[in-house]
Design a protein around this ligand. Structure first.
Ligand SMILES: Nc1nc2c(c(=O)[nH]1)N[C@H]1C(S)=C(S)[C@@H](COP(=O)(O)O)O[C@H]1N2
Ligand SMILES: [Mo]
Length: 203
């Protein structure tokens, strides 16, 4: 149940507030090795080359904190979470995309992926989070880094992120390819791919 009228207003249609904070993901929780971890940036980069950020290099990027509600397409919402890490804007400035990049594929360990429109990725609320509520992410929440895109359904908030691919043409990620909506705006209840309007996604 919403605890305050404010929370009620922040709940997108069809969502509910569960007890506790569920953990949801497909597959195993990967382990983190700081010495070999690197974030790969590939596809249509401005330089035309792929880039790698080591754990130390990633740690030198600017940081910010975002207050967000997280909405799972299975209808629970986790309200009032605080994510700290590298904002997408700082990431894009450090490793810029080529002109004409309109989409981003966010890749995790084990091949999980989610595509996000650049207009959704490049927002002040999108963050490469290393902390939840002031504490390092736990392994099951995405340690060491998770991309949080709070204004879209949470399957787009990729845990254990390992690569960012810049796309000039849209391509469906893991769940988008399995019947889920390409855009995934919870306020418009864009849950399933059959709801897509022309232009909202590739086939
Ligand atoms: N790498 C990865 N990230 C993922 C998933 C996944 O299966 N793999 N599941 C997504 C889904 S469907 C949801 S609802 C959220 C759940 O986040 P939580 O476990 O912190 O509640 O993680 C998202 N990020
Ligand atoms: Mo989800």
């Amino acid at each position: 149940m919403p605890e305050t009228p404010d929370e009620e207003n922040r709940l997108p249609p069809g969502q509910y507030i569960p007890r506790g904070r569920p953990v949801v993901h497909y597959g195993r929780v990967p382990s983190f090795r700081p010495a070999t971890w690197r974030l790969q940036i590939f596809g249509a980069t401005a330089s035309g080359e792929q880039h790698f950020l080591s754990w130390d290099e990633f740690g030198e990027l600017p940081r910010s904190t975002v207050l967000a509600d997280v909405h799972c397409v299975t209808k629970f919402s986790i309200m009032g979470t605080e994510w700290s890490g590298v904002p997408a804007g700082a990431f894009l400035a450090a490793v810029p995309p080529a002109e004409g990049v309109r989409h981003v594929m966010i890749w995790a360990e084990y091949g999980y992926s989610a595509n996000v429109r650049m207009a959704d990725f490049d927002r002040d609320s999108t963050v490469f989070a290393t902390e939840l509520d002031g504490k390092p992410l736990t392994p099951e929440r995405g340690f060491p880094v998770r991309v949080v895109v709070p204004h879209l359904y949470a399957w787009k908030s990729v845990k254990w992120v390992r690569a960012i691919e810049y796309l000039t043409e849209d391509r469906r990620g893991f769940w988008e390819d399995r019947g889920y909506h390409n855009v995934a705006d919870p306020w418009r209840e864009q849950r399933y791919s059959y709801q897509e309007d022309p232009g909202e996604g590739p086939p």
